[in-house]
Ligand binder design. Structure first.
Ligand SMILES: Nc1nc2c(ncn2[C@@H]2O[C@H](COP(=O)(O)OP(=O)(O)OP(=O)(O)O)[C@@H](O)[C@H]2O)c(=O)[nH]1
Ligand SMILES: [Mg+2]
Length: 290
């Protein structure tokens, strides 16, 4: 009789790093198979580290979505860059995303320099391949190989899913053996309250422009599970100045209604239950600088 040994479990952290807007949060959602992280066409959408946890055969893969790494100016920016680098330093593997349509821009160049200084090997994913021709991809992969230690190199579309399974299989095989660190059914370290606030912040990013998205934060202040199965949420959108409050409200409250309607629809989809959403806009000066 042959006794089969169960496959040893594996577990590890994989930091998604890259320039702002390179597609880290889109890829995180694709890897997890759920919408966890908010995604917008604007740079610097992600502000904090967010874990997305997935099981791939015997491996628990803990992905770390990070804010895009860029040259910090304001204090909030510096905190975001610190969050991004600390995510990368603690991780077992770094997965560098490069927007293949944009190529090696200034942000990516700075990031390549910083990775070289740290002397770390990274996995490279050329992302958004749905937007570029194959010959250009090969040229870009060759150029990046000269700039750092990348192994292996994947060509993916986080949005459409191409190549993402290959990334998962690679990670499942290469993370260290060891026990799983989170319960099997846990998807994230973020609370439902935080994710709900992020959904509203996503709408602020999508529906408002110029400085408003960067001058806003959203907090879920009340979360009430109702006996009929629905949930009642009160959230506050904090801005820095009274003029910004007026813009978020919009003429006759039109803008805030539209933000609330979209956020509510998205929350109902994510939570799979009815949502009553109450939004308030308050001025909290200088939150960026505290
Ligand atoms: N065409 C295409 N667009 C993509 C792909 N991945 C992401 N995007 C788009 O790129 C934009 C930025 O995506 P995000 O996932 O928010 O990028 P990010 O790297 O998390 O950005 P920050 O959090 O701001 O650093 C969004 O408009 C996405 O829809 C892709 O594979 N193909
Ligand atoms: Mg992001």
């Amino acid at each position: 009789m042959v006794e089969t040994q169960p496959e040893p479990t594996r577990c590890g952290y994989v930091a998604l790093i890259g320039a702002p807007n390179s597609g880290k949060s889109t890829l995180l959602n694709r890897l997890i198979g759920h919408k966890l992280a908010i995604v917008t066409p604007k740079a610097q959408t992600t502000r904090n580290r967010l874990l997305g946890i997935a099981i791939e055969s015997a491996t628990q893969i803990i992905y770390v979505d990070t804010p895009g790494i860029f040259a910090p100016r304001r204090r909030l920016d510096r905190a975001m860059v610190t969050a991004a680098w600390s995510g990368a330093a603690d991780a077992d593997e770094n997965l560098l995303l490069v927007d293949a349509a944009r190529g090696i821009d200034e942000d990516t160049r700075r990031l390549l320099g910083a990775l070289r200084e740290r002397g770390r090997r990274s996995i490279l994913a050329l992302n958004k391949i749905d937007l570029v021709r194959r010959d250009r991809l090969l040229g870009l992969a060759a150029a990046l190989s000269r700039e750092g230690r990348f192994d292996p190199i994947f060509m993916i579309s986080g949005l459409q899913g191409d190549g993402v399974e290959d990334v998962k299989h690679h990670l499942a095989a290469c993370l260290p053996t060891g026990p799983w660190l989170f319960p099997e059914d846990q998807l994230s370290d973020a609370s439902e309250r935080l994710i709900a606030a992020e959904v509203t912040r996503e709408q602020v990013f999508l529906q408002l422009h110029q400085e408003i998205p960067y001058a806003s934060t959203v907090e879920t202040e009340q979360w009430e599970d109702r006996p009929d199965g629905s949930v009642r949420l009160e959230q506050v959108i904090y801005v820095q100045r009274p003029g910004q409050r007026a813009i978020v409200l919009g003429e006759g409250g039109k803008r805030i209604k539209s933000i609330g309607a979209r956020a509510r629809a998205e929350l109902e989809r994510m939570l799979d239950r009815r949502v009553h959403l109450f939004l308030f806009v308050k001025v909290r000066e200088n939150w960026v600088e505290v």
